[in-house]
Design a binder for this molecule. Structure first.
Ligand SMILES: [Zn+2]
Ligand SMILES: [Zn+2]
Length: 163
């Protein structure tokens, strides 16, 4: 599959998520950030090995990737505590539908100062820290072949969706 085709797949997939979100709750009219994650089959263009890669986090956790070896790790919103609350405080709508009631409570009543998404991500990256390989876990590190380390990879269609 070409990169263009992959992009088309991602767009179609996003639209499906939107449709699903609207079905789930039609009273929410504000734009809701879809934070669901998914897995894809990936083929390395350098060594030919195939593997599975995850993208995005779920409704209750974030997924970060090592910028050196491509290993992923996750951190739950519970564990982030006030940091997540401060981010939600600064949003104009719920973080996601699954937590919309709690998110509204936070926006109305939580006695915290809001922080921006960039600041939120920077702080999570600092908290998650370094991978065993001494690389840094980040939100935007590229998918990497676990065998040869190449980032020249081709992604197939999403296979699994998770909340
Ligand atoms: Zn490879
Ligand atoms: Zn690593």
């Amino acid at each position: 599959m070409t990169t263009d085709a992959t992009r088309r797949v991602s767009r179609g997939f996003g639209a499906a998520l939107w449709a699903r979100a609207e079905r789930k709750c039609c009273s929410v009219t504000k734009r809701v950030e879809i934070t669901m994650g998914y897995e894809v089959q990936v083929k390395c263009l350098d060594c030919g090995c195939t593997f599975t890669a995850a993208h995005g986090g779920g409704f209750f956790f974030h997924l970060l990737r090592c910028d050196r070896c491509g290993q992923t790790t996750s951190i739950g919103f519970e564990e982030l505590g006030e940091l997540h609350v401060r981010y939600v405080k600064g949003l104009s709508g719920p973080y996601c539908l699954a937590s919309s009631e709690r998110d509204r409570e936070i926006q109305l009543h939580a006695p915290v100062d809001p922080i921006s998404k960039d600041e939120y991500h920077r702080r999570i990256e600092a908290r998650v820290g370094k991978c065993e390989c001494h690389g840094q876990y980040t939100f935007d590190a590229p998918v990497r072949c676990p065998k040869c380390g190449s980032t020249r990879v081709e992604e197939g269609e999403p296979t699994i969706m998770y909340d």
